[in-house]
Design a binder for this molecule. Structure first.
Ligand code: ADP
Ligand code: MG
Length: 566
């Protein structure tokens, strides 16, 4: 896992070394300042040469200024390193998410996914910056300070080092506890997001059932759990910073008393005494960093693990290595003994065989749950059949690239998803980059002309989140306009008008018939009246094909269709 993580540094090698080098030099300077003070007090002051003293002071200031710059570099470019890596990871996560298959999304929860792409990656970015630098520098200053203390006064160094292990141990113990708490906070934030997503996303349902109080209670539960965990974290944080502070002060006082003794005894100079006290501070500072690393590192690791998990989730349906871009299809769709189930326990489609000729309109009817939608979802390869095969113009679906296959299938279904942007952008979704003229032509064919003409802002009108500002019939027309713009040889209409009133249905029916002219059309209809003119009607029940024929033939057969029609 570490190797995979390090791979992300590779493109930013120069940034890394700039950051790391600055941090190392800055750490060394920090170590040298106490020594400089010692020299200043012990050797320069006794000389009584003020101009030399002032020169030395100016020199010291210059070095401080240089160190300030180095610290600036570490803060700015170091974080830039983190942000670069975070951005790269976020782009990959998003790109991967857009390619995962329907079956995966059937089980996913949006709120958690959103948390992954936002929070998780932010944590990783922090660690990407602080992890290597802080840990290395912390250990370096810690050891360096110890060595210098020994050089100044071995006995006093021994006294100091004797008290330190206890502090280190406490810091580590609290660091780990902190880690576990953070992991919980994480999970809680995920729950939170899911709850928010669903309550806000479904706000209209919530209010329609007057269930605001119920949602509030559910939310309150998550909110409380989050609060409790967060409080735990802060309690631990308070304790550990108290321990750290008290530890430092305790050591300082001990060093002060012992050091004063050594000064009186003559084994330590005044300058050495002051330098030593300053070194104690330098010696303790890395502990804070080590604790910080201990605290953030596991969060980053946990985030990175989830990130990897996501990236390593393979899209169930993807281009086969030898897939070719499909030629312009005529639309001869053949199902051969196709079977399918959403899970292994229950077959949803069984032994479906059917040939749809290029340009033909075939209607699928049958009771709800018969598997009609499922069958047609196999054509654009939203799901993969468990058995049998589907081909178009003699090409098996998986011989073609997904883009080229889906690019030639138009879909208009019962629930239309509109993006919260303008009418123009929503229609142009059918073919990105279409010109205004093309968009207007498609809109006209979908009978959107009068609507657009009546809007003060025309195509620039915002449709509201998910298109809430449009009526059902208007949304359907946008979907039809998209399909006109796409101009595919194959068309799937899944209960496109079922949610509409009869009047609107009749209006839209005309647009749909215009749309399906000259294309292979697979249409699922709830109301049989809308498919009388289909070339062929296929009746499905319980995942199987039961009857096929034209309206009159099926009626005279007196089977399932005749019963559905009566
Ligand atoms: P129809 O369109 O004929 O009404 P569907 O194809 O939508 O029927 O559904 C067929 C069966 O598959 C139903 O029993 C339904 O519960 C089930 N089903 C549909 N979609 C899913 C899904 N995404 N995951 C699991 N089961 C599903
Ligand atoms: Mg259906």
């Amino acid at each position: 896992m570490l190797r995979k993580f390090l791979a992300y540094y590779k493109p930013h090698r120069r940034l890394f070394w700039l950051d790391f080098g600055s941090a190392v030099v800055s750490g060394l300077l920090e170590l040298s300042f106490p020594l400089a003070i010692t020299l200043f007090i012990d050797h320069l002051l006794p000389m009584g040469d003020w101009s030399l003293t002032i020169a030395a002071a100016i020199g010291l200031l210059a070095v401080y200024a240089f160190n300030t710059m180095l610290m600036g570099i570490v803060i700015y470019w170091g974080h830039m390193l983190g942000i670069e890596i975070e951005t790269e990871m976020r782009a990959r996560a998003f790109s991967h998410l857009t390619r995962l298959s329907w079956r995966w999304y059937d089980r996913a929860r949006t709120g958690k996914l959103v948390a992954r792409v936002t929070r998780d990656l932010e944590e990783i970015g922090e660690v990407a910056h602080h992890g290597p630098e802080d840990l290395f520098i912390a250990v370096m200053t810690f050891v360096g300070a110890l060595v210098l203390m020994v050089m100044l006064h071995p006995t006093l160094a021994l006294v100091t080092a004797g008290i330190v292990p206890l502090t280190v141990w406490l810091v580590v113990v609290y660091g780990t506890r902190m880690t576990n708490t953070w992991r919980q906070i994480y999970a809680r934030v995920g729950n939170f997001n899911v709850r928010l997503e669903e309550a806000i996303g479904g706000i209209r349902v919530v209010q329609a059932f007057a269930n605001e109080a119920h949602e509030e209670r559910l939310f309150e539960k998550d909110n409380r759990a989050y609060r409790a965990t967060k409080l735990d974290a802060y309690r631990i944080m308070a304790l550990s910073s108290a321990i750290h502070y008290m530890g430092l002060r305790f050591v300082q006082v001990v060093v002060m008393v012992a050091g004063a003794g050594f000064v009186l005894q003559g084994s330590l100079t005044t300058g050495g005494f002051v330098g030593f006290l300053l070194l104690v501070g330098v010696f303790f500072r890395p502990l804070e960093k080590i604790a910080a690393v201990i605290e953030t590192y596991p969060r980053g690791i946990a985030g990175f693990r989830r990130y990897l998990e996501l990236l390593e989730t393979e899209a169930e349906i993807a281009d086969a290595p030898d897939a070719i871009p499909a030629p312009v299809l005529k639309g001869n769709v053949v199902f051969e003994d196709v079977s399918f189930g959403y899970d292994s326990t229950r077959p949803v489609l069984r032994g479906i065989s059917l040939e749809v000729k290029a340009g033909e309109t075939v209607a699928f009817v049958g009771p709800s749950g018969a598997g009609k939608t499922t069958l047609l979802a196999l054509v654009p390869r939203f799901y993969e059949p468990d058995g049998g095969r589907i081909s178009i113009d003699g090409l098996p679906l998986d011989a073609m690239t997904l883009d080229s296959l889906r690019g030639q299938i138009g879909i208009v279904s019962q629930d239309v998803f509109l993006f919260g942007t303008t009418l123009r952008e929503n229609i142009a979704y059918g073919r990105l980059g279409a010109s205004d003229d093309e968009i207007m032509a498609a809109a006209a064919k979908a009978q959107l002309g009068p609507l657009i003409a009546g809007l003060p802002e025309g195509l620039d009108t915002l449709v509201g989140e998910r298109g809430v500002m449009l009526s059902g019939g208007q949304k359907q027309r946008v979907a039809i306009a998209r399909a006109f713009l796409k101009n595919p040889p194959i068309l799937i209409l899944d209960e496109a008008t079922s949610a509409l009133d009869r009047e609107t249905e009749r209006e839209i029916q005309a647009a749909l018939e215009a749309l399906s002219a000259g294309r292979t059309t697979l249409v699922i209809a709830h109301r049989l009246g809308t498919i009388r003119n289909a070339d062929r009607i296929v009746v499905m029940e319980d995942g199987q094909l039961r009857e096929a024929g034209d309206h009159h033939g099926l009626i005279s057969q007196g089977g399932l269709y005749a019963r559905l029609a009566s």
